[in-house]
Design a protein around this ligand. Sequence first.
Ligand code: HEC
Length: 497
Amino acid sequence: MNSKSKMVLAIIIFAGGWIIGSNNNVAPVITSSVGGASYGGGFQSDISVGAVPHRTTLGTVHIVNPGDSIQTAVATAQPGDTIQVMPGTYSETVYIDKDDIHLVGVIKQGNRATMDGLGKLNDAILYSGNNIIIENFRITRYKGNGIMGQAGNNFEIRNNVIVDTGIYGIFPQLGTNGLVEHNVVSGIEDAAIYIGMSDNIHVAYNEVFDSVAGIEIENSRHAIVEHNNAHHNTGGILAFVTPGLPIKTTEDVIIRNNFVLNNNTPNFGAPGSIVSGIPAGTGILVMAADDVIIEGNIISNNKTAGIIINDHSFATTITMDVESDPNSDRTMILDNVMLNNGYDTITEVTALALTELHTGLVDIVHVGPSNGSCIINRHRYRTLGIGNYGECDFTNTDSTDTYLLAGGAKPRTIDPEARGEIAYLGVCTGCHSYTGRLIGPSVKVIQAMYAGNPQGLADYINAPIKRRDNFPEMPAQNYLDAETQFAVAKYMLQVEN
Ligand code: HEC
């Protein structure tokens, strides 16, 4: 081809792009943002308004003063009791393995009961009981978790300030019916608020910042995330499936009325962990999660994109799981305010933009296959990859207040046979997935090391020693009794996905 005909070809392509890009003579579908139908899907509770059951009595009140141990008060308390921790500093790990305990930090003249891990302790508060309330603490300098739930149902985690506590700030794992509200969480290496393998969850009015992931709904169903402020994280709000965990889906999540601003913090997640793959500048991320509604958020100044919807194959840090559907189906995007997103995006998004002859900002990008997704007022946003999105036949989620269960969930009772399984689900899967690296090595790798040696494995988790340079230390699981340690070791060695 001579240079003249090349030039002509270039002009034709350019002109073609211009025609496609401008959508000539096609009037946009403008949906009124006032009124309209409400979402008719989602979790249907048998009674209309659910709630975490509120305790009406305090039971016996145990007062903990500075110099006393909170754990001693927990050991004395009976189900139904309240433990009030006076302002002061407490350096310990508290483990609540009974039901119906209300652990409350007393705030006096702005001074809080402060749990300080001194950069040495792993976890501030762990609970495995049902109907646990944890309120008003300040928690700082732990290496593992601020507050972690291990298979307890009906929890309330409220009004805590959590600063720089390692891997997870607030992490209810394997719980049904729980409320996480009015917490301020910052400086977390993985997720500030991580809802793991849980159902019927409400996350509201929290502020999360300076963390890798702000709020994460992972392998969980029926969750509402509303009125939160997620800013200055690597990624703001995430709904996704981690492959290789025993519960394989994330479904039915409403993300509405949140601020999602300036989530451009360079990723400081542990190398190899799933969140280490989140590109800095991600506002909302939906990955392999189904039936996610995004409504009424203010999403601005996230440099990679405002909303990223993708499948598992897009994420380089992920090992696929044949039992997890890798696609994000039925994403529903209603009216949001989106400004100045995608101003300095990643090459994968730029490449997609090229195929769509798109230049400039990117509010919404969808990568990978998707069934049944929809949007209203698409012309408001700068979009990529949403050509197959239909029009949603509803404009709001007003008729859905909460997915919390009326009357609460049945408390989880663990029969001795299931002890190993529940500890595996409630504790180990927070850091170990079957297939790939999470915080710790994969279960497959561990099975190869400890085949036929459950006692050796139990001994390791009771007092772990540092083995791998490129992994953090594993926190000791010595709060579990010896029988549970052995049961979970046996369970881990025979699990198949
Ligand atoms: C907070 C994260 C976390 C939790 C929770 C956790 N682990 Fe680990 N685990 C790790 C990390 C990190 C390593 C790698 C440590 C190293 O190599 O020094 C590890 C390593 C291991 C190993 C390998 C030991 C070896 O000899 O190399 C076994 C076995 C193990 N974990 C079992 C468990 C079991 C069982 C549970 C649940 C009761 C559990 N872990 C909970 C993070 C965790």
